[in-house]
Design a protein around this ligand. Sequence first.
Ligand code: 16G
Length: 162
Amino acid sequence: SWKSSFRPGVSPHTPGHGLKVRPLCATDYDKGFLGVLAQLTKVGTVTREQFMARFNAMKDDKSYYVCVIEDLNKREVIGAATLVIEQKFIHSCGMRARVEDVVVNDTYRGKQLGKILTVVLIMLSKHLGCYKISLECSDQKLPFYQQVGFKQDGTNYMVQRW
Ligand code: 16G
């Protein structure tokens, strides 16, 4: 199980000294949430008002579960990952889960925090009754996600950007 892939003492409930796994809060705008995301990709300019509008829209939608890790001593968000739930007609009007925007602050890497975030989202998707969970990642991150049970199934990820 996922438990065996954590080092002794490390788990979602005990992520490390002074660290806490919790849902995203409105106050995380001031705790460096967007700065952490900027270590994944381009964030651009996001004002407090824009952040709050998106935060509230995601909350009202009930399909977004943004999970963060806070360093309580520094009052800083040091990791984040999002679960998105898609409603379907297939699979008896089933639901599909997607893992998005997984990132850990570079100075906190090597502590299994990315694994904690991913495992929390897997457990949440099972709890919500999703029939599968999927993600897109670079070749370099394949071993990381294989560790927690993801497999390549021959499906290709395709994209258009503009
Ligand atoms: C990665 C992320 C994806 C994120 C994208 C951003 C995971 C598992 N995958 O594919 O969620 O949205 O990078 O890259 O975290 P982009 O800015 O090029 O879309």
